[in-house]
Design a binder for this molecule. Structure first.
Ligand SMILES: [Ca+2]
Ligand SMILES: [Ca+2]
Ligand SMILES: [Zn+2]
Length: 494
């Protein structure tokens, strides 16, 4: 995260006559002007006051010394008059949000200025759907973080302060402000006259036990700050914030409801959390007749545009490959949903270099609630063969028990479990366990549904570790069915 704010030391007097209270004009590419203007409006709404800028703000595309992605140039009075951009056009949105925020936040120590600009950037994005991604944070451990209170002013960077140290300082400052915002009143971190360390610490002192904890970490220096601001579970919530929120800093989803701990932004109704491992989840809908569905995705992925989430028909065969097109608005896809087949949602592409996670929802005609698909945080089951819909719920419970047993004995699987019921062959393909109609019917007839569930869990377990051996899966399933020895009741003494 390489942004900067730079104070112009000399300005011609003629510039002063341009000072204006109305929203400024941005002069750049049409796309960037639109984003900058929307960012301006959002910042005004977030802070409740006008930003400080000259009447015109130039967007300049140039290579910036020091490798910064953007620089906000402000006058001695803190008025924004130019934004330099030094990154791919795809990242302009995120950088523009940050630099526009400097029209509200530019006075004070750099850690507080940059941290507050990032926090304001988050607010701007949260209240303006489609504006940009949240400010970048890939979850790094901040091993290069120095004491944030000692962060030097821009322009005085020594070689050792570039690279990791500087990036960690930006991310560390942002995480500090995200944490402090949990205990301080709204707006406390971007006061109109700027924030000083004394002012910040005084506010924390007044903010009860939470404020005291933050103050303690801050005063503990670099080591304490690294520890407090780590985000090892990659949910976008720093360790100290997790302590304040009573969530675990070792679990992406502390309460096990499928939603990650950092899912703090408003999500639309009917949206579902999309697993980052690419496994499918139920959308909750089934079309009464063939229709085209739009998938809208969002989330609080930091530094990542809305992910591509795609609809997968529950009737798709094991060798299915996605066919869809990009929707008209940002972060949407469109695809055909066949009659009577569950609509599943999954992330397209590989793991993302970010904290947070995506959500998605589907919109389309002829959709009704789907009884043929069931999602738990650990597993998704659906009826490929709609005749097997009544078995989804009972089998899901057995699968949950199987996963519990497998996890106790072998540790957690690397991905969630996905099980499709129906089709001609039982197989495992693309991390989905397919149980044929015949095999499922046989298990029902012989009262062996539990064994079938354990088989699916075992196959998933082996396949996710690269062991493609059906017989080993059957053997593993038999061992899961045995009661663990430790829990067997001891014979009571006579
Ligand atoms: Ca965390
Ligand atoms: Ca949760
Ligand atoms: Zn900045």
């Amino acid at each position: 995260m390489l942004y900067d704010v730079s104070r112009a030391m000399t300005l011609f007097l003629s510039i002063w006559s341009q000072v204006s209270l109305a929203a400024p004009h941005f002069l750049g590419s049409p796309a960037d002007e639109t984003v900058a203007r929307a960012a301006w409006d959002a910042a005004e709404a977030c802070t409740g006051r006008p930003g400080r800028a000259l009447r015109e703000i130039e967007l300049r595309y140039r290579t910036i010394p020091g490798g910064y992605l953007g620089v906000a140039h402000t006058t001695d009075e803190g008025q924004l008059f130019r934004i330099d951009l030094n990154t791919d056009p795809e990242r302009h949105r995120e950088v523009l949000v940050h630099e526009v925020a400097h029209a509200w936040v530019s006075e004070g120590p750099i850690a507080l200025v940059e941290g507050a600009a990032e926090l304001l950037g988050d607010c701007m994005v949260a209240r303006t759907p489609g504006l940009a991604t949240l400010q970048f944070d890939d979850g790094r451990l901040l091993t290069g973080l120095q004491d944030l209170r000692q962060w030097a002013l821009p322009g005085t960077h020594h070689t050792e302060s570039l690279g990791t140290i500087r990036t960690d300082a930006y991310i560390g400052a942002a995480r500090l402000m995200r944490t402090a915002s949990l205990v301080l009143p709204p707006g406390a971190l971007w006061p109109s006259d700027g924030l000083s360390w004394e002012g910040f610490e005084a506010q924390l002192k007044e903010a009860g036990p939470g404020g005291a904890k933050i103050l303690e970490a801050l005063e503990g220096g670099a080591a304490a700050q690294r520890e407090a601001l780590a985000d090892r579970d990659l949910d976008g919530v720093p360790a100290l914030a997790e302590a304040l929120l009573h969530t675990s800093d070792q679990a992406f989803d502390s309460d096990g409801d499928g939603w990650w701990d950092g899912a703090i932004l408003g999500t639309p109704p009917d949206s579902v959390a999309i697993p980052m491992d690419g496994s499918p989840v139920c959308s909750g809908w089934v079309p009464g007749q063939g229709t085209s569905v739009h998938v809208y995705s969002g989330g609080n992925l930091r530094g990542q545009d809305p992910p591509r989430v795609i609809a997968r028909p529950g009737s798709s065969e094991p060798g299915w490959r996605p066919t869809h097109r990009t929707g008209r608005s940002w972060g949407t896809t469109v695809s055909l949903a066949p009659t009577g087949a569950s609509i599943l949602l999954q992330l397209e592409g590989s793991a993302l270099n970010t904290t947070g996670a995506p959500w998605a929802r589907v919109l389309g005609d002829h959709l009704s609630p789907d009884p043929g698909c069931h999602t738990t945080p650990q597993a998704t089951l659906w009826a490929h063969d709609r005749g097997l819909v009544p078995l989804i719920k009972p089998l899901s419970a057995q699968v949950g028990e199987g996963i519990k047993r497998a996890t106790e004995r072998f540790g957690p699987a690397t991905t969630r479990v996905a099980i499709a019921l129906g089709g001609d062959h039982s197989t495992v393909e693309g991390h989905i366990v397919w149980l044929s109609t015949e095999e499922v019917r046989r298990a029902v007839a012989t009262d062996k549904l539990t064994e079938l569930a354990y088989l699916a869990v075992s196959l998933h377990h082996l396949w996710s570790r690269g062991e493609r051996d059906w017989r080993a899966g059957e053997a593993l399933a038999r061992s899961l069915a045995l009661e663990p020895r430790a829990s067997a009741p001891e014979p009571s003494p006579p």
